[in-house]
Design a protein around this ligand. Structure first.
Ligand SMILES: [Zn+2]
Length: 60
């Protein structure tokens, strides 16, 4: 049974601000979060990716 993800709402990782928990889960059970990019786009981002600072330039 997957553990409840840590609440990341409001946290900022690079250009991404975490808005809410997604219903999506990875095959390994990791949670996804809805994040808003500084350019205004919404993205679903895995918890794994949020555990480290996102510095990718090619996110569009
Ligand atoms: Zn963007």
């Amino acid at each position: 049974m997957p553990s409840k993800p840590k609440n990341r709402t409001g946290e900022i990782y690079g250009k991404l601000t975490v808005l809410s928990l997604s219903d999506r889960r990875s095959s390994s059970g990791n949670a996804y979060w809805w994040c808003e990019c500084e350019c205004g786009n919404m993205r679903e981002v895995a918890s794994d990716s949020l555990s480290t600072k996102i510095r990718k330039k090619k996110h569009h």
